[in-house]
Design a protein around this ligand. Structure first.
Ligand SMILES: CC(C)(COP(=O)(O)OP(=O)(O)OC[C@H]1O[C@@H](n2cnc3c(N)ncnc32)[C@H](O)[C@@H]1OP(=O)(O)O)[C@@H](O)C(=O)NCCC(=O)NCCS
Length: 189
């Protein structure tokens, strides 16, 4: 697939979410319990404590008005959490890039709904003019997550591999989305 496929995803993300009755809003500390419960019920047990730790830390920072460089969104079907996604900037990185955060979706959500969540993140980053590149660290082994295959199919660029990152024979793959190139195609969001 080409960059156009990412664009199609971005342009249709709202449609995918609306069709699936999904609403989005920024994660806030009051959401922590609901989101953690969703993650516990919907993702592999290896991922749950990591998401828990990340979102608990983020919640505490929000409560104390500390900017930890993170932004997350929750996605609701009626009042049930069906997905989360987000991104973060590390203070020592160039401000022109961000790292994609946790992308978790309920198994029950139709695949276009899941892709709508991903499109929402890309769209949000595209609308944030100073972000030029999204980097994403993904599990490289299908046994841990199929997210690498999904990103590859969409045309995300593979830029590096760290072997034995998550443990023996468990690699981490870094992928990249060039927002400058996407903006230069001149899409109207
Ligand atoms: C990542 C996650 C949201 C994907 O959800 P999923 O239920 O596995 O995805 P689906 O099977 O519904 O597929 C969604 C889309 O990706 C495509 N896809 C799924 N698996 C694929 C694969 N192995 N190869 C190519 N495309 C694939 C599907 O075809 C579908 O697109 P389509 O409707 O255009 O065909 C989900 O697995 C999850 O929440 N995992 C736990 C958290 C996690 O691992 N996050 C990543 C770390 S940040």
């Amino acid at each position: 697939m080409s960059k156009l496929d990412i664009l199609t995803l971005v342009q249709n993300s709202d449609k995918f979410l609306i069709r699936n009755n999904i609403t989005s809003s920024r994660f806030c500390p009051q959401d922590l319990k609901m989101v953690i419960e969703f993650v516990e019920n919907s993702t592999p047990s290896t991922i749950t404590p990591l998401v828990h730790k990340t979102l608990s830390f983020h919640s505490e920072c929000m409560k104390h008005r500390i900017d930890d460089g993170r932004k997350y969104w929750k996605f609701l079907d009626n009042s049930n959490c069906v997905a989360i996604i987000g991104f973060h900037n590390r203070i020592w990185d160039p401000s022109s890039l961000c790292w994609g955060g946790w992308f978790c979706a309920a198994k029950t959500l139709p695949s276009r709904g899941k892709l709508g969540v991903l499109g929402y993140l890309l769209r949000t980053c595209l609308e944030t003019q100073n972000i030029q590149r999204i980097l994403i660290e993904v599990y490289g082994d299908e046994i841990d997550s199929n997210v690498y295959q999904i990103y590859k199919k969409l045309g995300f660029q593979e830029i590096g591999t760290i072997r034995d990152f998550y443990g023996a024979n468990k690699k981490m793959i870094t992928m990249s989305v060039d927002l400058v190139a996407l903006r230069s195609i001149g899409i109207s969001l």
